[in-house]
Design a protein around this ligand. Structure first.
Ligand code: HEM
Length: 473
């Protein structure tokens, strides 16, 4: 790995070859990473621990955990896209203050409003899919739809069709060029990782995305005279809430960052975190539902479960098998001792919902897509941490706390969880109520794995109108 890192730093061409040659991180997972409680590796960038122990996960992610900030590799890999936006920042008081702004803004957005806008826009997309017949590129269309939903709700406006297509395609390019694994092959020093990110060509791709965001969602809300935020801009109350909170923040040590840039960075976070995740989950769910031996039969026949429970079961099961953010990478700031192993300061630690949610000690028949495991009120929120020495061979309904963490947990838990759940249910029920769909010939998609687990290509479906009574919820 050290050789790959060294070669990649020689030239942009060698760097791009290295990105292509390195397998995506999900392909690097071996049986040990799926089964061992704590596995340590020595990488050129330092020691790295991979943990499935729920006690260790709790320690790393827990509320107010200060010793395990988000990794410096994440910061550098995402900076061309989101600048100093909260998603890429390690931790500390500024992150805490910005997260509070997100929670306040998103909490004020009524669920009914999310549901209404998501359904309205989905119906618009579905009408077009039905006209297009067998040409519908599902992951791409879901990305466009979910960007429209988040931007319509937050800014009262959305990309034009041309902008939306350009944005989604360019973001896909960012995915293909970005490699956290390559950063772990470097020495890990700040100058070396920054150099690699430059050589990956992320700056130009990030600039295209940021320009699109700037033109559509930042510039129109700025005062013409001094470039500050226009507080009088009508009809965007939730956006106002977020932005005014961000502006009001007394950011420690960040006074040099102009307000306009802060706003641009946070809007970029909102657009990126608020669409790619839901789009990825729904892409995998529609893929599963289109499988010949799929659960779709039950869905059509109106299965035993009540429709809301059915929707929740389908969505949770997809979140379990295909968590959009497969790895939470953290730095170890001060030496830590876990399960008898010492992790020195500067090491990395990985918590992976991908492995936890497929771990055979926590899940019965883990590889099986089985929405019914979520019926009868089984909820992640009710789960308990295992007590010392307790047998971890658990099946539902005794789910263990942290064995299901697609939205993260503790200090950096996703502020958009509620939004996402309402939105995904609305999209799913509208699509299923109005259409039947089938796969067009093509290979089975693989999770991309670089930034999220979205499918590695835009597989296509044929949509046809559903005949008979609607079954939406
Ligand atoms: C299925 C949908 C979603 C999933 C699975 C998801 C998952 C996550 C996860 C795992 C994190 C934390 C990453 C870490 O700890 O390293 C996160 C952060 C975040 N998410 Fe979500 N998310 C989803 C949808 C959304 C939506 C719809 C929004 C906004 C409307 C949103 C906004 C954010 C923001 C702003 C952060 C950054 C918080 C921080 O940096 O502390 N997410 N998300």
């Amino acid at each position: 790995m050290g050789l790959v890192g060294w070669l990649a730093q020689r030239s942009p061409l060698l760097c791009r070859i290295a990105v292509r040659a390195l397998p995506n991180p999900i392909k690097l997972l071996t049986w040990k990473t799926y089964e061992r409680w704590l596995l340590t590796f020595r990488l050129p960038a330092g020691q790295m621990a991979f943990c499935n122990s729920l006690e260790v996960v709790d320690e790393v992610l827990k509320r107010d955990s200060v010793n395990f900030p988000k990794s410096r590799f994440v910061t550098v890999l995402l900076r061309p896209l989101i600048g100093d936006g909260v998603f890429g920042q390690g931790g500390g008081p500024n992150v805490k203050a910005k997260r509070r702004a997100y929670f306040l803004a998103l909490a004020e957005l009524p669920e009914q409003e999310v549901d209404r806008v998501a359904r309205e826009l989905t119906r618009e997309y579905v009408a077009r899919w039905l006209r297009e017949g067998d040409k519908v590129a599902v992951p791409q269309e879901l990305s466009r739809l979910t960007i429209d939903i988040v931007s319509q709700l937050m800014f009262g406006t959305r990309f034009t069709e041309a902008e939306s297509r350009q944005f989604v395609d360019t973001f896909f390019t960012y995915h293909q060029k970005a490699s956290a694994v390559l950063l772990l092959c470097s020495s890990g020093r700040a100058d070396a990782t920054q150099d690699l990110v430059n050589k990956m060509g992320l700056k130009a791709v990030g600039e295209t995305l940021r320009t699109l965001i700037d033109q559509r969602f930042v510039a129109p809300f700025m005062q013409e005279k001094d470039g500050g935020f226009d507080p009088q801009h009508p009809d965007v109350p939730y956006f106002h809430r977020l932005i005014s909170e961000v502006i009001d923040l007394k950011l420690e040590g960040e006074t040099a960052v102009p307000v306009r840039q802060q706003i641009h960075d946070e809007i970029s976070v909102l657009i990126l975190a608020g669409h790619e995740t839901t789009a990825s989950v729904l892409s995998w769910l529609f893929w599963e539902l289109s499988s010949p031996e799929s659960y779709r039969g039950n869905l059509c026949l109106n299965a035993d479960a009540a429709p809301v429970e059915l929707m929740t079961g389908l969505i949770n099961e997809t979140l379990r098998l295909y968590p959009p953010i497969a790895f939470f990478l953290r730095d170890v700031e001060q030496e830590a001792l876990f399960r008898g192993k010492t992790l020195s300061a500067g090491s990395s630690i990985v918590v992976s919902p991908w492995t936890l949610q497929r771990h055979k000690s926590f899940w019965h028949d883990p590889a099986n897509f089985c929405p019914a495991r979520w019926f009868n009120g089984n909820k992640a929120e009710d789960a308990e941490l295992p007590t010392q020495g307790e047998d971890t061979q658990c099946q539902f309904p005794k789910m263990k706390r942290h064995s299901f963490i697609p939205f993260g947990a503790g200090t950096r838990i996703c502020p958009g969880k509620n939004f996402a759940e309402v939105e995904m249910r609305a999209i799913l029920s509208e699509v299923v109520a109005a259409t039947t769909f089938s796969r067009r010939p093509g290979p089975a998609p693989q999770p991309l794995g670089a930034l999220t687990t979205r499918p590695d290509y835009n597989f296509r479906f044929e949509f046809q109108p559903r005949l008979g009574p609607k079954q939406g919820t």
